[in-house]
Design a protein. Structure first.
Length: 414
């Protein structure tokens, strides 16, 4: 699937391999016992270093992974792939069907937005994991979270679509909304005329604390008021004790999990709104601008979007990761000066979620999400062939000069 529309967006395809996704964590249940054994071996092998030898430690043969794990995002290899490039304008009618928890949802929606003025482009966004929308029921479960009645007659739609384009059958299949997207929380299908949604407004929420936002029992908060004079938050990133993945990924039956136990870790910064008086119907991209420093020349920043219910359950919605050497662009990596403050933007999160009254919108900031993403050994080296990591003290600033924030796209009421 095309990865984006600008050179920087397009080359982000490599990020999926440089910070490689480990699908072994996500494919256990649907496969047979033989595959399950292989998956368990790979899961064990990810815990050891170097990362380039994961398949060897699992006793598996050479594969494309052995090459891909060594490539940087700027490697000419990616230019040889059949990717969408700036200026390309495919004119083929398209019925785009994806889901909010699919690992490629952000890229898919970037592609659809790029095709926005192309005739006969339609989008359906379901509230499920990868290719699980066909199994929606009256009470659709995504991991531990119920998203209500998400059923949709995809098969009849597909038949009508191909009957129209291949047979010329006049069945009215084009007389439909350009965008149909499921709004989780409210658990309803919504219809829009465009993507991004016309009339959506950005809602900027600034980070706050007294310097101790470590864990959900800390003092981290987010609100519409900019910070004034506040101490930065800091945590120690230890690659030998990375923050474990808890849900997320691609195809795990437990894609959505309660994050509240994970949020007790001191190397996870937690920022939450107060319980909402009015809901926030997020429909679109979510990004963060953070001011950070590190005691090492390189580190990662992991961002997770979470919906917290009144009973304390904290369900993950989507996550992203940025390797800080790529903070300016993916082609020209630049190591950091230890202790220097940098402005970085984290993108890659999309959602359709109504944070209902009484709920809280929460973000988590860490330096790892392992093994969903490869851990950064923080030396500034190649990472894939290294075995001796460095611990790093990472600081997140939120004051008058360094107003870190997260921004969500809020859908219009109608």
């Amino acid at each position: 699937m095309p990865r984006g529309i600008s050179d920087d967006e397009r080359i982000r395809l490599a990020d999926l391999y440089t910070l490689f996704q480990v699908p072994s964590m996500n494919l256990g249940k649907p496969l047979g016992s033989g595959w399950k054994l292989v998956i368990d071996k790979v899961a064990t092998a990810t815990k050891e270093l170097p990362s380039q030898n994961i398949l060897r430690r699992a006793g598996l043969p050479t594969s494309d992974f052995d090459r891909l794990v060594k490539l940087t995002p700027g490697d000419p290899f990616w230019l040889q792939r059949d990717l969408l490039r700036t200026g390309d304008k495919p004119r083929v009618p398209a019925l785009v069907v994806d889901s909010w928890f699919d690992i490629g949802a952000y890229e898919q929606l970037k592609f659809f937005a790029y095709q926005g003025d192309t005739p006969n482009q339609f989008l359906i966004m379901a509230p499920t994991s990868h290719c699980a929308m066909w199994d929606a029921t009256e009470n659709t479960m995504v991991g531990k979270r119920s998203v209500g009645d998400a059923r949709y007659d995809y098969y009849q739609l597909f038949l009508n679509w191909f009957d129209y384009w291949l047979k010329g059958t006049k069945n009215g299949v084009l007389q439909r909304p350009k965008v149909q997207a499921y709004l989780m929380g409210a658990n309803v299908w919504k219809q829009y005329d465009s993507w991004p949604v016309k009339g959506a407004s950005p809602k900027r929420l600034f980070l706050h604390s007294d310097g101790s936002a470590n864990g959900r029992l800390g003092t981290g908060s987010i609100s519409g008021s900019p910070p004034v004079n506040e101490k930065p938050d800091s945590f120690i990133s230890n690659p030998l004790d990375p923050v474990p993945s808890n849900g997320g990924g691609c195809c795990d039956d437990d894609l959505v999990k309660d994050q509240s136990t994970l949020e007790l870790r001191k190397d996870v910064l937690v920022y939450s709104t107060a319980p909402l008086r009015q809901g926030i119907a997020a429909m679109g991209e979510v990004h963060a601008v953070l001011y950070v420093s590190s005691s090492t020349p390189d580190a990662d920043l992991a961002l997770k979007l979470v919906d917290v219910s009144p009973n304390g359950e904290a369900f993950n919605l989507y996550d992203t990761m940025l390797r800080l050497r790529y903070r300016d662009d993916m082609i020209h990596p630049k190591l950091m000066v230890p202790g220097q403050i940098y402005r970085v933007e984290l993108t890659g999160i999309v959602t359709g979620n109504d944070f209902l009254p009484g709920h809280q919108l929460r973000i988590e900031i860490a330096s790892s999400n392992f093994p969903l993403f490869e851990r950064n050994l923080q030396t500034g080296g190649r990472n894939y062939d290294e075995t001796v990591p460095q611990s790093s003290t990472i600081k997140v600033y939120h004051d008058r000069e360094h107003a870190s924030y997260v921004e969500v796209s809020v859908a219009p009421e109608k």
